[in-house]
Design a protein around this ligand. Sequence first.
Ligand SMILES: [Zn+2]
Length: 367
Amino acid sequence: MIVFDKLKIRDALTEENVFELLHEWGGDPVPAPFGYICATICHNPPGEGSRKLYYYTNTGLFKCYTGCNAYFDIFELVTKVADIQWSKEFDLNDAVRWIAQRFGFSGELEDGSEEESLDDWKFLANYERIQDISLKDNSILLKEYDPTILERFNYDVKIGPWLREGIAQEAMERSMIGFYPGGDQITIPHFDADGRFIGLRGRTLCAEEGERFGKYRPMKINGTLYNHPLGMNLYNFNNSKNNIELMKTAIIFEGEKACLLYKSYFGLDNDISVACCGSSISAYQTQMLLDCGVNEIVIAFDRQFQEIGDQEFKHLKTNLIRFREKYKNFVTVSFIFDKNKITDYKSSPIDHGPETFLQLFKERIVL
Ligand SMILES: [Zn+2]
């Protein structure tokens, strides 16, 4: 039995995580001096309540000023949302587990030892879109959205900020990167391995908003939220899977933009990049690559540490080692690890151009 420490997990949740959840649940959060204001998804289905649910960052508590008229924490909100939106009866433990698994926090076994691996099936069983997910030959078929929405974005406009960062126009075209003037957002469609349109994420160009809320979010247009369980797919796999199969190697980045940079620098025909769209790789994502016959998985995560040995460094190292332990019998796992700190804090190894990337790649750690 795996137990999660509620307080530890609440502490580990960032403001951005909370925002992401509120957004995902249709609460339509907006910033306020004290935190966020959003719709009362605590007692209403999304789109129906008034904007009377407040989140206070200093206490980590919500207050609903109408129906509930009470303070509660994120876990209680999960149980409320589970009831209203997923017709599921969650107790506190279910809620804590759901949050932990949603963000990839690990728990502890009851005897105090660390948990071996997260059970992705439990995660799936509780996931809000379970009704949209069906099993097909042991793989998961995510709900397909109507791709005609993609025709409404602007593809003629050159996306200046990204071109300046080194992303080639042809890389953007291959990945159908567009622009949605209504939201002042760069549009990033997500496709499954077979090219089905399963999600749409937006990168806001408003710097201030981007800083505060995390730069990438599922997009909501005309009442449809184009979200998908990120851990159940690999971004760009539809474009790179043939090369991955051929070269028997895959590079996993955290974010979509890294894949765009990779293929810009090394060519669309050499693209072996995917993005896990987060800072952890799910068992399902790994299996997608193993099924493709890879001999090596190169993990190319962001430099999420300031100094060698600091708290973030330890966290990153633990995660990477855990990943390797889990899969070492099936595949060679290597890590790009910027131990000499030649890239900036929080940047992807591809952010500083092809030469830096190649240097880091050559120096990757094969444990
Ligand atoms: Zn309420």
